[in-house]
Design a protein around this ligand. Structure first.
Ligand code: ASP
Length: 318
């Protein structure tokens, strides 16, 4: 049993997708799919989590993840409190755990945490009361589990089976929590041909991403793939001296229409956003017919509803 699960197999915390059992991942994806609606349709709402409170504790910037966790909780009838780092006591020197204990005293049931420091979500999970769940909304370069799930859901909506897919993850793999969570979920779901494509300084350490083919040339990495997942250069995790030159990067690694033509004709293009148009991706591709980037955002709410429902189900049942 994974340490994020309860004795009955249900999920209590979601800090990483690493080693989560495939049936649990598939259950979350199935539930999220049942909550996904086309653009323009009315969002599903329920009162399943009425009386529960979800706190968003973000100490790193976020647009999509924070808003979609908030919408997900509200659409399930939960109350939501949002703590912005500038307003929180953490900047006054209060430790993260003191902030967490304060929230716990205020009857928080789930704590959604984004932090630039590795290990914060698991440290918090180790200290909270047994009825509190901790959900990572992005941990340093390490993990972004709900992003991994929404990426898997988006692919599942366009491709019949993971086992037969070729997926290229392209860009700043080294500093990317999105790539790491994608790796864990794609592996668990049986993707056989998973490639990572990056210039040598942005490749991960040799022990990571085991089993993935490594390509330093975009052209070979994209050849005949079904899915192209582009990543942002994580400048906030690099020293000034290591920042790649934007023009040079685009010339070698930018996804242009010509390069996308190397993938299968029905390949889909993904990006977790925020996008740097003209650095890692051309606007014609980002906004083009093969792009599913906006579907990813829409799926984010459905996935976060499924995750919140899963970790707080025992509350609604009781
Ligand atoms: N929004 C994603 C993250 O929080 C991707 C990115 O920032 O590039 O990791």
């Amino acid at each position: 049993m994974n340490e994020q699960q309860r004795a009955d197999g249900s999920l209590r915390h979601l800090i990483t997708l690493e080693n989560l059992p495939r049936p649990l991942l598939e259950r979350l994806l199935d539930h999220a799919q049942s909550l996904a609606r086309p653009l323009g349709a009315r969002a599903p709402v329920s009162r399943a989590l009425a009386g529960c409170t979800v706190a968003n504790l973000f100490t790193e910037p976020s647009t999509r993840t924070r808003v979609s966790f908030e919408l997900a909780a509200k659409r399930l009838g939960a109350d939501v409190v949002n703590l912005e780092v500038q307003l929180s006591s953490r900047v006054k020197g209060e430790s993260m755990l003191d902030t967490v204990f304060t929230l716990q005293s205020l009857h928080i049931d789930a704590l959604v945490i984004r932090d630039a420091e590795p290990g914060v979500p698991s440290t918090v999970a180790a200290h909270v009361a047994p009825h509190v769940s901790v959900l990572s909304a992005g941990e340093a370069h390490v993990s972004h589990p709900t992003q991994g799930l929404l990426d898997a859901l988006t692919i599942r909506q366009h491709k019949p089976s993971f086992e037969t897919l070729s997926i290229a993850v392209v860009g700043d793999i080294r500093h990317s929590r999105v790539a790491r969570s994608a790796f864990h979920v794609f592996r668990a779901l049986g993707v056989a041909d998973l490639r990572i494509v990056a210039p040598p300084p942005l490749m991960p350490e040799p022990g990571e991403f085991s089993g993935c083919a490594r390509h330093t040339a975009l052209e070979s990495g994209l050849k005949d793939v079904d899915v192209v997942m582009m990543l942002r250069i994580q400048t906030e995790r690099m020293a000034q001296a290591d920042l790649p030159d934007a023009d040079h990067y685009y010339t070698s690694y930018g996804l242009t229409p010509e390069r996308l033509a190397l993938a299968r004709p029905d390949a889909i293009v993904m990006h977790p956003q925020p996008m740097n148009r003209g650095i890692e991706i051309a606007s014609e591709v980002a906004d083009g017919p093969q792009s599913v980037i906006r579907d990813q955002v829409r799926n984010g709410v459905a996935v976060r509803m499924a995750v919140l429902s899963e970790v707080l189900a025992w509350r609604s049942a009781g």
